[in-house]
Design a protein around this ligand. Structure first.
Ligand SMILES: C[S@@+](CC[C@H](N)C(=O)[O-])C[C@H]1O[C@@H](n2cnc3c(N)ncnc32)[C@H](O)[C@@H]1O
Length: 373
């Protein structure tokens, strides 16, 4: 930690200098090249392969975010082939991100690296990709997909809310592009031990980062009926919030709700049958719990309103893909600030009918892209 603070202090001089030049528009440097500020290549630490760049020193660069890297319960390192995540809106992103060789790009939710692979193809040679994810399992998959670590690919186990520290540790004052593809990966959905799927018999966990915080099962066991009702209403917009909260409180007196399937069955029994409904009756409850457990809306708001304006250089672009209206509303409002952003698309970009057919996950995806003023 001490190491991190010291380094950050030293770097703030660089940051000030570069930021004054770029955001103050006094510089004649048209495009920021992060490569200039990236240190030379030491040996990668194999224990931390997925968390450190090929440029990592033995001293952990990201001590604040990956200090417990070795103690994670390691998830399956082989992907379930039937559930491999298909990156959404990849074709549209290719155009709207306007990538070119040499750019410095942050993929704030790298997942299994689907979008990042495409980004790397476009920013090579000379570019730099920083991929961030809260889930160590996804970083393993991304490492395989991207052949990372390499000179131009850095993978970091962290939430994107640590973006300022991550960039400072790499001595990067500003980046050319940031992509955030929010939500859940199909790979996580397929992992029975996480509880994301309604039918999973494994524990009802729902955390992206299994090394920290309260699981959904713990939340359901400890929260009051009022608190549960608020979570379902605010984060799920679930019309039967009160009824479901009461059913959970009654049921947990006999047996704690421990698995995804238990919760899905309980909700299905508690709500009236919605004839012809395309969604599982527990969809909104699972969404609400996942948002609560991972503090998702606060993090998206922090990203869109504070971190992106600081991190993206003037003329750079930010792209955010959301999967429900609560997140989209936050992004839409943030990008509306004309002193900070010029929206590239007035309306959010949605998936083509072909993509919707091929990848049902894309049906609710909305992409907003803006240029930093
Ligand atoms: C939809 S997936 C990304 C898929 C990726 N674009 C791809 O093409 O493979 C979303 C990812 O974001 C991660 N995630 C969610 N919240 C995060 C946060 N606050 N910081 C970093 N990663 C996060 C999840 O663990 C998940 O792997």
């Amino acid at each position: 930690m001490c190491n991190l603070r010291q380094t950050t202090c030293v770097l703030s001089e660089h940051r000030g200098c570069w930021l004054a030049g770029l955001h103050g528009r006094q510089s004649s440097v048209p495009t920021f090249s992060a490569r200039k500020l990236v240190p030379e290549i030491p040996q990668a630490n194999p224990m931390r392969l997925s968390c450190f760049p090929a440029t990592a020193r033995e001293t952990p660069l990201f001590s604040a975010s990956v200090s417990r890297a070795e103690s994670y319960p390691m998830r399956p390192s082989r992907r379930d082939q039937s559930a491999i995540h298909q990156p959404v809106l990849a074709h549209e992103l290719r155009e709207l991100l306007a990538l070119e060789p040499g750019l410095c790009v942050v993929d704030a939710t790298v997942g299994a690296g689907g979008h990042s692979r495409q980004i790397l193809e476009q920013i090579r040679p000379g570019g730099l990709l920083i991929g961030i994810d809260r889930d160590p399992m996804m970083l393993q998959f991304a490492g395989k997909e991207l052949g990372a670590p390499t000179k131009d690919t850095i993978l970091v186990h962290s939430s994107y809310v640590a973006l300022p520290d991550i960039l400072a540790e790499q001595q990067i004052a500003g980046v050319d592009r940031v992509l955030a593809d929010l939500g859940l990966s199909s790979d996580q959905l397929a992992d029975e031990s996480r509880g994301f799927s309604f039918h999973a018999e494994g524990p009802l966990d729902l955390r992206f980062d299994v090394s920290t915080g309260e699981t959904a099962a713990q939340l359901l066991q400890g929260a009051s009926a009022d608190e549960l009702c608020r979570i379902f209403r605010e984060y799920g917009e679930e019309p039967f919030s009160e009824r479901i909260a009461e059913a959970i409180v009654t049921s947990r007196r006999r047996t704690p709700v421990q698995t995804a399937r238990q919760l899905a069955d309980l909700v299905t029994e508690a709500v009236p049958r919605r004839r012809g409904a395309a969604k599982h009756p527990a969809t909104l409850v699972f969404q609400a719990l996942r948002i609560a457990v991972n503090n998702e809306l606060q993090q998206v708001s922090q990203l869109a309103n504070v971190l992106l304006p600081q991190a993206v250089v003037s003329g750079g672009r930010a792209a955010i893909i959301t999967f429900h209206s609560l997140e989209d509303r936050i992004v839409k409002r943030a990008f509306r600030d004309k002193s900070v952003w010029q929206p590239v698309n007035a309306k959010p970009v949605t998936a083509s009918s072909v993509e919707r057919r091929q990848n049902p996950r894309s049906r609710s995806a909305k992409l907003r892209v803006a240029v930093r003023a």
